[in-house]
Design a protein. Structure first.
Length: 281
């Protein structure tokens, strides 16, 4: 008679698989987080004339400020993304990309595009988790240099607290992922989109609360990956299709969100979470 594996056995198997992949997760997560910035910089270059016309004609950019705006954006995204991939100046590079998001939102006049803003907030969640990772790394570095002095221990409190706040902020921003699925696409709430929205809503709440963080972040990663392949299959559209470019953009943004979720599963939810509070009881 076939026996059904227990939850404990499944958990142990998952831990073995995770332990094999764990050393590579940070690099994979970083690459996925910056995927949308690399794609955006290549898209700006390939559509340079169209971008210039849009900024000048519809956004009112005077003289050559449109060209300067695009050059700065492309160079900043490529340099900051490369620094993040190489794990150099992570905090400065992440803050730079957060600034790029704000500048592009204002420059292109999409600050009031609900679906775009919700998705970009989730992308910001991944960048904020990179700040948490950098802060934790700095804290561990300092702890190796410090002994048991009360003053020194107090000095470690601030970066550790900042890291926990960053982890909380990154988790909470993933809630907007559910809203981006709800309001995104062509506005039609198909059966496939509804299923993704409901599953995403539950998983987002669990991730934000930091409840069963390992499982909830893994579940949300699977949901976003599946939803991304179903809802943003830009490669299946003809080159001349009006939605191809938009779906490609959405696809790479979701890849960045998946990278943020992978980084969350690697870092853990932090002390400001249900999982950590349960340990204290």
């Amino acid at each position: 008679m076939m026996t059904v594996p227990s939850f404990h056995a499944i958990d142990q198997t998952a831990d073995k698989i995770a332990s094999t992949l764990r050393p590579h997760v940070p690099l994979i997560a970083r690459f996925l987080i910056i995927a949308t910035f690399y794609e955006d910089s290549m898209r700006l270059c390939s559509q340079w004339d169209d971008q210039i016309k849009f900024l000048k004609r519809y956004r009112g950019f005077p003289w050559s400020t449109a060209e300067i705006f695009l050059v700065i954006n492309v160079m900043t995204m490529v340099i900051a993304s490369s620094l993040l991939l190489c794990k150099k100046a992570t905090d400065k590079a992440a803050l730079t990309l957060l600034t790029v998001i704000a500048c592009q939102s204002a420059g292109y006049g999409i600050m009031f595009d609900v679906s775009f803003i919700f998705r970009m907030l989730s992308v910001c969640g991944g960048l904020i988790l990179l700040l948490a990772e950098a802060t934790l790394s700095q804290s561990r570095h300092h702890s190796n240099m410090v002994f048991t002095s009360v003053v020194n221990l107090d000095s470690l409190h601030s970066p550790h607290t900042r890291a926990n706040v960053f982890q909380l902020g990154g988790r909470v921003l993933f809630v907007f992922l559910f809203l981006s699925f709800l309001f995104g696409g062509d506005g039609k709430l198909t059966a496939a989109r509804l299923a993704v929205v409901v599953a995403c809503f539950v998983a987002c709440l669990l991730v934000a609360a930091g409840f069963k963080a390992k499982w909830s972040s893994a579940a949300l990663t699977g949901i976003v990956t599946l939803g991304n392949l179903i809802l943003n299959s830009w490669w299946s559209l003809p080159t001349s299709h009006p939605r191809r470019d938009l779906e490609r953009y959405d696809f790479f943004q979701n890849l960045s969100i998946i990278g943020g979720l992978l980084l969350l599963s690697h870092l853990g939810p932090g002390s400001l979470s249900v999982d950590e509070n349960k340990k204290n009881f």
